[in-house]
Design a protein around this ligand. Structure first.
Ligand SMILES: C[S@@+](CC[C@H](N)C(=O)[O-])C[C@H]1O[C@@H](n2cnc3c(N)ncnc32)[C@H](O)[C@@H]1O
Length: 295
């Protein structure tokens, strides 16, 4: 059964995980209560904002968000509990991967213990949706644990003995920030990480004359040395012949691009065949920039 069915079935007993009740009563969880407190305080300390909480569950964390709050969730049973708890919030039944809101409808998307359940391509889809509806994304999730793989399929058992399998990741704060395209680690304790990441501006800082000149430099290098172009998620990979002059020109252009287009991720690596591989990726709404540059 799917992750969605799992959480809908688990809804009435979900808060027992936070509160140490039911199956979680008496299990060894050093620092758990203190770490839950610290997480709640971190959320309560966020500046008041128009916030969309995606996959809000029972609203256990949502209730600490300040400002105007919209809480979205796919499970009707979770939403029933959240509605009772979150009197002032707008409650929406919907899909995190297809958010029913226009571009820039919020200041912030908040999501707790949802991102770490996503595999590709849902993960990329969720981040693109979050970036579309708000300039800031805050992800709360599970911290790295010595007794858990960084990414694993877990067997979960509910109070009535029903079993489900879920995909689950555990994060280091700095790695999560990097994965989100840069961000600030707001909290990292034994059990939780919280990262705030802002959408990067997708404007190139060059004048149009300088941008055209740069484009010409890329095209000269690509015409003279590119062997193959391969589409990759969010961008493109180009294989180059390698000699000292090509390497120097590639490094120069990559450095220049990093300065004027900070929304691009550019890496240059040596390929197994002795050539060079340039990979350029961009946030969803800037993918046409990569096509224009390297296409
Ligand atoms: C681990 S719970 C997290 C609940 C709450 N955010 C928290 O931190 O306590 C994950 C939640 O994601 C919800 N969910 C899963 N897939 C979803 C989707 N595609 N759209 C909206 N919610 C989803 C589940 O129903 C579940 O309530």
């Amino acid at each position: 059964m799917s992750m969605k069915e799992y959480y809908d079935t688990r809804a009435p007993e979900y808060d027992e995980w936070y509160l140490g009740l039911g199956r979680f009563d008496g299990i060894e969880r050093p620092d758990w209560d203190e770490d839950v407190d610290a997480l709640e305080q971190t959320i309560a300390a966020l500046p008041a904002a128009q916030t969309l909480d995606v996959a809000c569950g029972t609203g256990f964390l949502t209730r600490h968000l300040r400002g105007s709050v919209t809480a979205l969730e796919q499970s009707r049973r979770m939403l029933a509990i959240a509605s009772e708890r979150l009197c002032a919030a707008t409650i929406v039944h919907g899909d995190a991967l297809d958010l029913p809101f226009g571009d820039d409808s919020f200041d912030r998307v908040f999501t707790g213990h949802f991102y770490g359940h996503l595999e590709e391509p849902e993960r990329e889809r969720f981040v693109a949706e979050a970036r579309r509806v708000a300039p800031e994304l805050i992800v709360v999730d599970a911290a790295v644990r010595p007794d858990r793989q960084r990414a694993e399929r877990q067997q979960r058992v509910l109070n009535d003995g029903t079993r489900f399998e879920v995909y689950k990741r555990h994060f280091r704060g700095d790695e999560l920030a990097q994965e989100l395209g840069g961000g600030e680690v707001l909290l990292e304790n034994r059990w939780f990480v919280a990262v705030a990441s802002r959408r990067r501006p997708v404007a190139c800082s060059l004048s149009s004359a300088d941008a055209a000149k740069r484009q010409g430099e890329w095209q000269r290098l690509l015409r003279g040395a590119a062997l193959e172009r391969i589409a990759v998620p969010g961008g493109m990979r180009v294989k180059f012949r390698a000699d000292d002059a090509i390497r120097a020109e590639l490094d120069r252009l990559v450095d220049a691009e990093r300065t004027c287009s900070p929304f691009l991720e550019l890496t240059v690596e040596a390929s197994a065949e002795g050539g060079l591989v340039l990979t350029v990726t961009a946030p969803h709404d800037a993918e046409p920039v990569v096509q224009a540059l390297l296409g």
